[in-house]
Design a binder for this molecule. Structure first.
Ligand code: ATP
Ligand code: MG
Length: 345
């Protein structure tokens, strides 16, 4: 049985272009491929897309009011990008308490050194205090909670952006450690599904770090809720370099190469074609083109978001229904796990 799990944090309301290109496009494609199959095939699959609000607690910049509002907003954004909540299980993580319970169980199978080795942990824990991501136990344990998210549903496939590959690999190691310790073949080792052309989209202000919800600079990212004017402004301000013309060279021209990746994601055209077209042009000329293409891509999504924001009742109902269905699956599996490891009831 194929079971798909993935999630995004409601750290900020707006998902950004990195979330969209790195993960969401992939989610919609997987969903539609499965849904276009026959009934039999559809029944063989469970697709779970979560808004992982517990993970967002690692970021102190998120106030309780914002967290609540962002959670609904992210659900709206999923749906506006093409996720069909009648066909997939759409829910927010904290509504299924089994995630936190399983996290504890799995933490007893996870060596601390492995956690300290995670790139995300290293990057986020050294971040300056202004980003408000503090070096807490929660930040260190983040990948165990993520492992619990995935293993709770015995997910076989996890479509995430390239930056999360290491965490899914750790999930496999934790699953393996649990299975070996209990001499069972209980957890499926989940597979990562990266978009074939998934690129890590980098920050617009500094292409040496990835585009991120937790970056304090708004100019570093394009949000799906940004107006055409804001998108254009951010692109025109984006960092480039002092070399004349446009060329794709991620090693030496990280900023301009990032803009080319974004242009390719927005238009579907290969990077090399776009680079060729603008090779002798001013950076500003290329940026104008890029801004136009991005606005074209994002406008219909933003319109959908605005529509659902004005009528959130149905989205709230979808979330409630989703939590019920997720809880059913989760409780069954958690009960098996508790049985297996000897928790008395
Ligand atoms: P935070 O900075 O708080 O970690 P984030 O921007 O990384 O937020 P997440 O909710 O952690 O967003 O990630 C959601 C999904 O988006 C994951 O699958 C992740 O791999 C993907 N993703 C995040 N940032 C990028 C990026 N810059 N490029 C491509 N994929 C990305
Ligand atoms: Mg992240």
């Amino acid at each position: 049985k194929v079971r798909i799990f993935s999630g995004m944090q409601p750290t900020s309301g707006g998902l950004h272009l990195g979330n969209y290109v790195g993960a969401m496009l992939n989610w919609v494609e997987i969903q539609n491929t499965i849904l276009s199959g026959d009934n039999n095939q559809q029944q063989q699959h469970d697709i779970l897309f979560s808004i992982v609000d517990l993970h967002s607690l690692t970021n102190k910049a998120v106030t309780p009011e914002r967290l609540r509002a962002n959670t609904l907003d992210v659900a709206i954004e999923y749906i506006s990008c093409g996720i069909d909540p009648t066909k997939v299980i759409l829910f927010n993580q904290s509504q299924v308490s089994a995630h936190a319970e399983l996290q504890w169980i799995l933490s007893c199978h996870t060596a601390i050194g492995r956690l300290e080795n995670m790139v995300q942990y290293k990057e986020k824990s050294k971040k300056n205090t202004s980003s408000l991501v503090q070096n807490t136990y929660g930040l260190l344990a983040y990948p165990i909670l993520m492992a619990a998210d995935i293993l709770l549903y015995k997910a076989s496939h996890v479509p995430v952006g390239e930056d999360q590959t290491q965490h899914v690999e750790l999930t496999r190691k934790i699953a393996y450690a649990f299975n070996s310790h209990h001499k069972v073949d209980f957890f499926t080792l989940p597979q990562i599904v990266n978009c074939t052309e998934t690129k890590r989209i980098m920050s617009l202000t500094d292409a040496s770090t990835k585009m991120s919800k937790s970056d304090p600079s708004e100019n570093s990212r394009i949000n799906l809720t940004d107006s055409d004017k804001i998108i254009t402004n951010k692109i025109m301000k984006a960092a480039t370099d002092s070399t004349v013309g446009v060329s794709y060279d991620p090693e030496n021209r990280a900023n301009i190469s990032n803009l080319l990746s974004i242009a390719s994601a927005a238009t579907g055209a290969p990077i090399t074609d776009i680079a060729h077209e603008f090779k002798d042009q001013y950076h500003s000329k290329f940026k104008e083109y890029l801004a136009q293409q991005l606005c074209k891509k994002i406008t219909p999504i933003r319109d959908q978001i605005e529509y659902h924001r004005a009528n959130p009742k149905q989205v709230k109902e979808y979330l409630q229904l989703g939590s019920q269905r997720a809880n059913q699956l989760a409780q069954n599996n958690l009960k098996e796990i508790k049985d297996l490891i000897g928790l008395y009831y």
